[in-house]
Design a protein around this ligand. Structure first.
Ligand code: CA
Length: 724
């Protein structure tokens, strides 16, 4: 079993992922403003020879439609289910690559492609959006929002990846890492409008897909751990980019007045001077529009900082952290909320997908919302009222005994809040489930969850609760994490089929690799899932029996989609090991062998008639340090170590180049880089920003000695590895 060793360092990874922040180093500013709204280019919008597209809510809510995949979760219901049966349990063994598109400039690929009117749209590394013919794979256009340029000269790290785009009317909506929401003409690939959704110097970022509905586009942001941030979502007019409404997730300083009654109500559940800590709650994922109730459901984030004893020292539920919040789709007004973790203190956010279905539970017809957040419970909620229907653990849970059906609240275990010292909690802060999509198949009645199994120790010993203060871009979680040897299972992840009606497991496939991709399910009784080890697998949705597999030769982090054009059902998948694990996972991620750009990132589409011959990928290769004539100065190297691995703005190298200078694949392994041997070249890149277009920030204010320390540290690690 490789479970224990590879995951050991993830404990550190989690500590430091506290700082999944952004970039620059200045203070927060007042609310964002629209920047550019250039007049629409007539050539791109008016004079097109093609019939204008009109993707509307009826289209986006049509579960029977098979000619495309028009929304992030397939439709407004977010089920990732297709009624297609051309490919089924009987013939899936004959699935072959039909066409592919190499993406040599891309690195991490985690997004869900869309298919509308025969064209596939998808977002890649550095938020580049591409359109390709969905039958031939021919590239039609490419839109580069120049994220590197937008970030140039400013410090940033975090995940320069993106989970998807949205389609409405004749436009695509993409949100960039640096905080812009951009409308793109779907036929020409030209920008129609662009707005800033937060100030340039805010310690926030976007990796999520915007949500389009009823002529509006909604977006939130991440950054709960990046400083004293206060989460919010904003809806914009899809035609013009004008702000339609905004909803703050946690209350601000009462002295400034509350924005609405919901904030006044929420403030009753906070204590102390929480606003000095921002409060958090950032909605970086998990938006669902419900056409039946004209509501938007927002999955909200954890607290900032994690430790409630710091941000709300007198206790309290801290609304609307870790909740599903229902808002009026037209006005953004609060309707109801269901909080999965009152007063959370373990990074148990509720940002995971929110899936809609009508369920027959006993003799009751339930308009249900299904949600499997980090905390390990699977929730069925009445989406009309926000009332809990049922909640049961879908993975190992030791922080609460159960969710009380009357109050809807978890019944916590004594000591879980690490009030008496270390508490070894499961799920750990990675969650029992993260953003990797779950799917729901109404035919089998099952939900397919990429589940995670990890325990971590929490404590806050040695942290001064009175004086602790996170700062923008430096972050801080206000807790310490330790790695317990007694992990819950001898495998770190699984594919879980869950019955939401009986709240019980139908089947489960243990997996040796951590952080596998989201799922797709079809009426052909199939479930598709890609794994971090590069295997793309089809299972019988009823039994979990493996029916087909394809070795992509590179880790898979994105969910598949399906559609039917010209009589052929296609399955499409982006292949490019990515996401937090590839950036921060260090030796554990590196052990998979998907080193930076060694393997070609690809969009692959499969069919039963496919006969594409793809060039083989280079075999998995763990990065090897290069030999060099370099005399390491121990003192300089140790100073460099502090800088490289420190959880602060000066010490963010590890966040892409890996813990211990071992890169997981999202960035080059510096121990294998000749640039480190050349002080001038190193300076040009690290301080001068020569590679900002590739996502490498500029650290202009590092001193000569600090720069030198980094080189010596990297070589120290290189030589240590070479000596082994
Ligand atoms: Ca978090």
């Amino acid at each position: 079993m490789r479970a224990t060793t590879p995951l050991r360092r993830l404990a550190v990874f989690v500590t430091l992922s506290a700082a999944l922040l952004g970039f620059a180093c200045s203070k927060q500013e007042p609310p964002p403003v629209a920047d550019t709204q250039p007049p629409a280019d007539s050539a791109s919008t008016g004079d097109s020879a093609t019939v204008p597209l009109a993707v509307d809510d009826a289209w986006l809510a049509d579960e029977s439609r098979v000619d495309g995949w028009a929304a992030y979760g397939g439709t407004h219901f977010e089920r990732r289910f297709s009624p297609l049966t051309d490919i089924d349990v009987e013939n899936v063994g004959g699935l072959r690559a039909d066409w592919y598109l190499d993406l040599p400039r891309d690195v991490g690929l985690v997004s869900t492609p869309l298919v509308v009117d025969g064209v596939m749209y998808f977002t890649g590394t550095m938020n580049v959006v591409r359109a390709v013919d969905a039958v031939s794979g021919k590239l039609l256009w490419e839109f580069d929002p120049e994220v590197g340029k937008a970030l140039a000269g400013k410090r940033q790290f975090g995940f320069v990846h993106n989970r998807g785009i949205s389609f409405y009317g004749d436009k695509i909506f993409a949100a960039t890492f640096d905080g812009r929401l951009i409308a793109i003409d779907a036929s020409s690939g030209e920008q129609v409008w662009s707005v800033r959704t937060f100030p340039e110097d805010a310690a926030l970022y976007i990796t999520g897909a915007p949500k389009a509905f009823k002529g509006k586009v909604l977006i939130g942001n991440g950054g709960t751990e990046g400083g004293p941030n206060r989460g919010f979502v904003t809806a914009y007019d899809a035609e013009t980019g004008e702000e339609a409404w905004k909803f703050w997730i946690v209350p601000g300083n009462p002295a400034d007045g509350f924005e609405n009654e919901a904030m006044a109500m929420a403030a009753e559940t906070w204590t102390g001077e929480w606003w000095k800590h921002g409060g958090g709650g950032n909605a970086w994922h998990g938006f669902t529009y419900d056409p039946e109730f004209n509501a938007v459901y927002i999955g909200t984030g954890n607290g900032s900082p994690w430790n409630r004893n710091i941000r709300s020292p007198g206790g309290g539920d801290n609304l609307f952290l870790c909740s599903v919040v229902a808002l009026d789709a037209d006005t953004g007004e609060y309707r109801w909320h269901y909080q999965t973790v009152p007063g959370e203190t373990w990074d148990y956010n509720s940002n995971m997908d929110i899936v809609l279905a009508d369920l027959k539970i006993g003799d009751r017809d339930v308009k249900a919302l299904m949600h499997a957040p980090k905390n390990g419970f699977f929730y069925v909620i009445d989406r009309n009222t926000g009332e809990l229907v049922s909640a049961e653990p879908f993975a190992d849970v030791n922080w609460a005994t159960h969710v009380d059906p009357e109050s809807g609240r978890p019944v916590e275990v004594e000591g879980a809040r690490y009030e008496d010292g270390v508490f070894k909690i499961v799920p750990g802060p990675w969650g029992a489930h993260s953003w990797h999509a779950m799917s729901y198949n109404p035919q089998t009645g099952l939900v397919y969850i990429p589940a995670l199994h990890m325990k971590l120790g929490f404590n806050d010993q040695g942290i001064d609760r009175e004086t602790f203060q996170s700062t923008p871009f430096r972050g801080g979680i206000g807790a310490r994490l330790t790695w317990p040897e007694d992990q819950p299972r001898d495998y770190p992840a699984s594919l879980l089929a869950w019955d939401p009606v009986t709240q019980s497991k139908a089947w489960e496939i243990p997996q040796d690799t951590f952080w596998n991709a989201g799922t797709l399910t079809t009426a052909g009784n199939l479930v598709f899932q890609g794994r971090a080890d590069g295997q793309f697998i089809a299972y019988d949705a009823r039994t979990g029996q493996q029916l087909w597999s394809f070795d992509a030769g590179l880790g898979i982090s994105a969910p598949a989609i399906t559609y039917k054009l010209n009589g052929t059902q296609y399955i499409a998948l982006l292949v490019g090991f990515g996401g937090g694990f590839s950036a921060l996972g260090g030796a554990d991620a590196a052990s998979l062998g998907w080193s930076y750009r060694a393997q070609t990132r690809r969009l692959i589409t499969f069919s039963l008639k496919g006969e594409a011959a793809m060039p083989p990928q280079p075999p998995p290769r763990v990065p090897q340090p290069i030999e060099a004539d370099f005399e390491v100065d121990a003192e300089l190297a140790e100073a460099g170590n502090q800088l490289f691995n420190r959880d602060s703005i000066e010490g963010i190298c590890w966040a892409c180049h890996g813990m211990g200078a071992i890169a997981g694949g999202a960035a080059p392994d510096l121990r294998a880089s000749s640039v480190v041997l050349d002080p001038k070249a190193f300076d040009r890149i690290v301080r001068g920003g020569a590679l900002t277009q590739a996502g490498m920030p500029a650290f202009a204010d590092l001193t000569d000695a600090e720069l030198e320390g980094l080189r010596h540290y990297v070589r120290r690690e290189a030589e240590a590895a070479l000596a082994q």
